[in-house]
Write a protein that binds this ligand. Structure first.
Ligand code: NAD
Length: 316
């Protein structure tokens, strides 16, 4: 057993729990900091230690850092709902900015590099050239995009000030097992849930909006490879896919023949999003390996197995 210990904030969340699994697979000891606000302790691997702590509670977080003395920090804990950020921008800021400062303070004390998960989709605006490179000027259109950008700025500033090689990873649209179908985003999980129930999902923007869909296993691998890599990196495929195509592929996986309900784009949603991932490949040799058809079919199977315990009892 290795003595390297990683601290993963948000490790009971969708992406964080896969990062925890990948670290354990690589021989790391793992301690998770998560307040379980959207996370679920059932996602956490038995080998990891879960500390139920709010990252905005500086003293409590500091105690965890003191006890763990991490060799690397993966900072995924966040308020990650655009709608909630609009309804309560103060709390969004508290978690995504103040919480990030608290994590940076702990990492600085132990000389640990931080890998920070930011957003590609909510950062670059509607006018960015596609596929968008990391050099495009951010133009967020929600408090969530603004708070993640501010968090990034602190990570980069702390890197300059301390010489710690912190990495900012701007993720595309992440999909895969353990994604909740009950959020506002996560279209793969939402469509899978509808198809599993035999219902028609809503295709906002009449199915036309495009996104850069990247499998969570590829993302976890990217975040592990980014340890010690100073810089800002898009973690994505560079491939633009319409939401109608996602629906068709999942419908094939489900062997269903329902039609989607078409509806206009919701306020604050981008029409197109696609991120250029070449910098991550050039700097640390990462690129996405899981193709969309293969990834969606496997995800549909995994998600429906997760939904199964919640199946409503048959009537009659
Ligand atoms: N899912 C995506 O497509 C996507 C895209 C871009 C960026 N991201 C970023 O990736 C990260 C993980 O996102 P996710 O999709 O796994 O979301 P998630 O909601 O499943 O995970 C976030 C985790 O953070 C925890 N958390 C929230 N506030 C906390 C606090 N104050 N203290 C401690 N823990 C707290 C939650 O309980 C949850 O377990 C976030 O930083 C998000 O901004 C996600």
């Amino acid at each position: 057993m290795s003595n390297r210990c990683a601290l993963v904030t948000g490790g009971a969340g969708f992406i964080g729990s896969h990062v925890v699994d990948a670290l354990i697979g690589d021989g790391w000891r793992v301690v998770i900091v998560d307040d379980l606000s959207t996370g679920d302790a059932r996602r956490v691997a038995d080998e990891a230690t879960l500390e139920v702590v709010d990252i905005t509670e500086r003293a409590a977080l500091e105690s965890v850092f003191q006890a763990v003395r991490p060799a690397a920090v993966f900072h995924l804990a966040a308020q990650s709902s655009v709608t909630r950020s609009v309804a309560d921008p103060e709390r969004d800021c508290e978690i995504n900015v103040r919480g990030t400062l608290n994590v940076l303070a702990g990492a600085t004390q132990h000389g640990a590099p931080v890998v920070f998960t930011s957003t590609g989709g909510a950062l670059y605006g509607n006018d960015a050239p596609l596929p968008t490179s990391e050099d495009a000027l951010p133009a967020p259109i929600s408090p969530y995009g603004a708070s993640k950008w501010a968090g990034e700025a602190y990570v980069v500033t702390w890197r300059e000030a301390t010489g710690n090689p912190h990495a900012v990873c701007r993720l595309g649209n992440v999909y895969g097992p353990r994604q909740s179908p009950h959020g506002e985003a996560g279209v793969v999980a939402i469509f899978s849930h509808s198809l599993w129930r035999g219902e028609s999902p809503t295709l906002f923007g009449f199915g036309k909006p495009t996104r850069d869909y990247v499998h969570v296993h590829d993302v976890a691998r990217a975040l592990l490879s980014a340890v010690g890599q100073a810089g800002v990196f898009n973690i994505s495929t560079g491939i633009e896919t319409a939401v109608s195509r996602i629906f068709e592929l999942l419908r094939d996986a489900a062997a269903a023949n329902v039609q989607g309900e078409l509806a206009p784009l919701r306020a604050g949603e981008l029409e197109r999003s696609c991120l250029d991932p070449s910098r991550a490949y050039e700097q640390f040799g990462w690129r996405a390996e899981i193709g969309l058809e293969e990834g969606l079919a496997a995800t549909y199977e995994a998600l429906t197995a997760e939904f199964e315990p919640d199946r409503p009892p048959e009537s009659g």
